[in-house]
Design a protein around this ligand. Structure first.
Ligand code: ATP
Length: 308
């Protein structure tokens, strides 16, 4: 007798946001892309994506959390696009649908890959919900079609991204790093920051693997790491949001070893010497009242994972 197939009622996946420890960008190419070399680290601020069965062909999403109003709830939502892509490319034998709920904690348009994290979460949640036999590598290839940061959001940890940032190689990293994140009011759009980058005539050439940073990470040397944090987009982000300079200055004066604007900003990540130093810095920075919120996180943490 055939064993009855029981389908899970709901699948929940937790996905981390990222900071870019190093982000080097070349000049805009003729095809519109900027060649990148970036070192990502997944840090402990998490979105949760929950998927349940829906009518075949129906894909819906509900977003919960303080910044939910900033996230589209229709077909433009990256999690919906991810679920549809998986259904059309891997679910050909039967019509599929999904109802998604996103509990958002990663800042929206904050340079921490929140949308990409939700896409990664939806891919994994729906693959499990629909019982699709897809390998992690195949999931990453699919993820790259949705956005350059999606493969990293699936993998997590610490990784070097090249090309558009989506060609990944794991980076050896020892120990855990303690960060204080300063979340800003308002968003900074990635295309606007790259537009300003072009207008300012910026671009690093050639793009080299940051050897000093690799050495710092492999030896777990937080002081050395703090000296090589770099983001080529920082002048463009600061030109668009000059008030961020005060946040950077405040964090460094209050005891951070180093700082870097994450991705296209406006989130500023401050590296602390250890956990007590991060606690101290987060309390002091909060009381300055310069940012929407201050959050203490650590990294590296894993990428998209089932919540059981
Ligand atoms: P990155 O660091 O990858 O450049 P970001 O973290 O700065 O991106 P996101 O939070 O990914 O920015 O949001 C970028 C845009 O994508 C916003 O305009 C947002 O409305 C839209 N978006 C679509 N789907 C989502 C989603 N599930 N979560 C967040 N933003 C989404």
């Amino acid at each position: 007798m055939a064993t009855p197939v029981t389908e899970p009622e709901a699948v929940r996946v937790r996905v981390a946001g990222k900071v870019n420890l190093s982000l080097r960008s070349g000049r805009r190419r003729a095809d519109g892309y900027h060649p990148l070399s970036t070192v990502f680290q997944a840090v402990s601020v998490f979105d949760e994506v929950e998927a349940t069965w829906a009518e075949p062909g129906a894909f819906t999403v509900r977003v919960l959390g303080e910044q939910a109003a900033l996230v589209p709830e229709g077909e433009d939502n990256l999690a919906v696009r991810a679920a549809r892509l998986l259904a059309t490319t891997w679910g050909s034998s039967r019509p599929l649908g999904a109802e998604l709920v996103i509990r958002k904690a990663i800042p929206v348009s904050g340079g921490m890959a929140g949308g990409s994290a939700d896409a990664a979460g939806a891919l994994l949640a729906c693959a499990v919900l629909w019982d699709i036999d897809i390998s992690p590598d195949e999931l990453r290839v699919l993820g790259a079609q949705l956005g350059a940061d999606v493969p990293f959001c699936l993998a997590g940890g610490t990784a070097l991204g090249t090309g558009r940032g989506d060609e990944l190689a794991p980076v050896l990293s020892r120990g855990s790093y303690h960060w204080v994140l300063a979340f800003s009011d308002g968003e900074l759009s990635t295309p606007a920051v790259f537009g300003k980058f072009d207008q300012l005539g910026l671009g690093t050439d050639p793009l080299e693997v940051p050897a000093e940073m690799m050495n710092a990470l492999v030896s777990g040397d937080v002081q050395a790491l703090s000296r090589c944090l770099v983001n080529d987009l920082e002048p463009a982000a600061l030109a668009l949001r000059p008030e961020l300079a005060r946040v950077v200055e405040a964090g460094c004066t209050l005891g951070a070893l180093g700082s870097v604007i994450s991705g296209s900003g406006p989130t500023v990540a401050f590296l602390a010497a250890n956990e007590p130093a991060a606690v101290d810095l987060s309390v002091r920075l909060s009381s300055e009242g310069l940012c929407r919120a201050v959050k203490r996180v650590s990294g590296p943490v894993p990428g998209a994972r089932l919540v059981v």
